[in-house]
Design a protein around this ligand. Structure first.
Ligand code: ADP
Ligand code: MG
Length: 609
């Protein structure tokens, strides 16, 4: 860590056998049934008959040639066979299956993001990065963080950290051991949807403070109780000492104008939040006020963007002495913060900072890269998603990359296919069309029919299910989306589309990461020193091969290539935001110590046991 020369703000951091579909040969007992069908369900017979012709006629595809001879029975009067002719293997195809597969391929092609376009994307990303370093109001906000160095792994102490990410609220305590290791205790709660659009900031922030109180009572009861006892026994508020107060790093992953280490006003809500009353207010003060109402021994010491926290955490934990160059998030949203040379930052820096390192961490807010759509790949479903979103025209990169949106893109593409009567998707006329011998049906409350109703996590299930039967994915379609008894073809189509959307997202992620690696010039330096990148978020952590697809793209990017790709080391910054926030809270606490005018003076450095 560097010393603070000017201080105030710190220095740091998807079978074809098949017995023909629908041609279940009939035994004598069934002839009676057939007569009944003819009498009462002529339409049903027509379907049955048409279908049989469809699959038993002259081969129209490679699959027709694999039909068993019994397939032709339907064209002649039904004949009973002996022994009983029940199929030994269940049918796995259905009418219009080939049309479905073809349509799925056409949809998948629309999500192709060619090598050539990836390279165009990188060039444009570099251009927009630079533009944001020159002036405000550009697509990449390029927000200066006033953090001018990254940690080296020797930092020590016990800190609290909270993380308001978009989907969950996490509270944790972190014990930094000073040897690149740490001990972390944490709890996580989903943010109630109604609080994301609460009428007042107080509703949201009082909920957050209550979670902190519950955490302290559960995991640091002794400390909490001691504090309460002291409060009750000491008459003067100055009677209890500041060293007993937990320093808390507040990871707040929304665009903020940071004006101090623990001060920052909300620029705009993103990721489905909308509480107009918060915009323009200091989010640290809002949290501190609610903490104080509960009389908790906690001081909000640092305001931390999750990307900056991830960068810090990777720098603390990564092997080797050099820090990470980029911290990136692929969770509900996506964003990145990187170490830029001060000399490249041409727009005015209003806050005070230590300039001795010659660097400053910049929060790119890359979710809004190319809002003007100069180079971003765009399908009709991207257009629809954007139009129906609360912020049309904004966060256009994020709307193609992050967890909050990938499921919705897949949902819109699938809904369109379901409405196409030339194909049969998630519907079959009767159970014999379905290898599960059950008719596909969709619950009327299925998320497929609701905006944001398809959680991106099913994309990971689709990508991970390598079994030819796609059993896991089909079960998930039932449990998550109320799609009961989907056929194999349905699941194959779903998997193909989900994978295409996931792959495009990974290649777009590679564009952002590669552009920043090129911007920071690390690959220009001779040698084989790795270029460290910390990443965090459920998408990059859980989507199978997300990182492999990023590396595949790196290899075709001009200026990176095979050799460059080998030097880039992307590591999950496990619990990154918590550790990162703790590291910044540590810096903040040290600053308080050095600054005699700080309103909370420390008698000792924070050493809560
Ligand atoms: P936050 O953004 O709140 O920090 P996460 O990093 O956990 O939280 O990201 C949550 C987002 O990731 C949600 O949009 C969710 O749909 C998505 N998600 C969760 N699990 C998975 C998964 N296994 N695969 C892909 N996306 C996932
Ligand atoms: Mg997060």
């Amino acid at each position: 860590m560097t010393t603070n020369k000017k201080t105030q703000i710190p220095a740091f951091f998807d079978p074809g056998s098949s017995r023909p579909v629908g041609v279940v040969p009939l035994c004598s007992a069934a002839v009676f049934t057939l007569i009944l069908i003819l009498q009462f369900f002529p339409h049903g017979f027509k379907l049955f008959f048409d279908t049989s012709i469809l699959v038993a006629g002259p081969p129209v595809s490679h699959r027709a040639s694999t039909f068993s001879p019994s397939a032709r029975v339907a064209q002649d009067p039904p004949v009973c066979e002996s022994p009983p002719p029940f199929p030994t293997t269940p049918p796995v195809s259905k009418p219009l299956a080939m049309a479905l597969a073809e349509e799925a391929r056409a949809v998948v092609r629309q999500f192709d993001y060619s090598d050539e376009n990836v390279n165009k994307g990188v060039k444009e990303f570099l251009r927009q990065l630079d533009e944001g370093l020159h002036k405000d109001g550009t697509s990449l906000s390029q927000i200066p963080t006033y953090v001018t160095a990254v940690p080296n792994g020797t930092e020590k102490g016990l800190y609290l950290a909270v993380d308001l990410g978009g989907t969950n609220f996490r509270v944790c305590s972190i014990n930094l051991n000073g040897d690149s290791t740490f001990k972390l205790t944490y709890s996580k709660v989903a943010i109630p949807k109604e609080l994301m659009v609460a009428k007042t900031s107080e509703e949201l922030f009082s909920f957050l403070a209550k979670q902190i109180e519950d955490f302290l009572k559960t995991h640091h009861f002794h400390h909490y109780e001691t504090h309460v006892r002291r409060r009750n026994t000491v008459s003067s508020p100055t009677g209890y000492k500041d060293e007993h107060v937990f320093r808390l790093g507040f990871t707040f992953s929304f665009p903020v104008k940071q004006v101090g280490i623990n001060k920052g006003t909300l620029i705009r809500w993103t990721k489905g939040f909308d509480i107009p009353d918060t915009v323009g207010k200091d989010v640290c003060a809002l949290l501190q006020t609610e903490i104080d109402k509960l009389h908790l021994p906690v001081k909000v010491a640092a305001l931390v963007n999750d990307t900056v926290g991830t960068l810090m955490a990777r720098s603390y934990a990564a092997p080797g002495k050099t820090g990470a160059v980029l911290g990136a998030i692929f969770g509900t949203g996506t964003n990145g913060a990187y170490v830029e040379k001060l000399s490249n930052i041409k727009k005015p820096l209003e806050g005070e900072f230590d300039d001795t390192t010659g660097d400053m961490v910049i929060n790119t807010e890359w979710g809004s890269f190319d809002n003007q759509l100069n180079v971003l790949p765009t399908t009709p479903w991207d257009v629809q998603l954007d139009k129906e979103s609360p912020n049309p025209g904004f966060q256009m990169f994020e709307k193609r990359v992050s967890g909050m949106f990938l499921g919705e893109i897949v949902r819109l593409a699938i809904l369109d296919m379901m409405q196409n009567d030339k194909i049969s998707f998630f519907k079959d006329e009767n159970s014999s069309f379905n290898d599960w011998r059950s008719t596909t049906n969709i619950g009327k409350h299925s998320g497929l029919f609701r905006q944001w109703g398809l959680d991106s996590s099913i994309l990971s299930v689709a990508a991970a299910d390598a079994n030819p039967e796609l059993g896991t994915l089909r079960q998930q379609l039932e449990s998550q989306l109320e799609v009961y008894s989907p056929s194999l073809e349905d699941a194959q189509a779903f998997k193909a589309i989900a994978s295409a959307v996931g792959r495009r997202a990974a290649r777009l992620s590679a564009v952002a990461i590669a552009a920043i690696v090129l911007q920071t010039g690390g690959l220009d330096k001779p040698g084989d020193e790795p270029i460290d990148i910390g990443v965090d978020g459920s998408l990059v952590e859980h989507y199978p091969s997300f990182r492999d697809m990023i590396y595949e793209a790196f290899r075709i990017i001009d200026g990176v290539g095979e050799e460059g790709a080998k030097r880039i080391r992307i590591g999950i910054a496990k619990d990154g935001s918590g550790v990162g926030a703790a590291l910044i809270a540590l810096v903040a606490a040290k600053m308080e110590q050095h600054n005699p005018f700080a309103n909370h003076q420390l008698h000792n450095p924070p050493t809560i046991a």
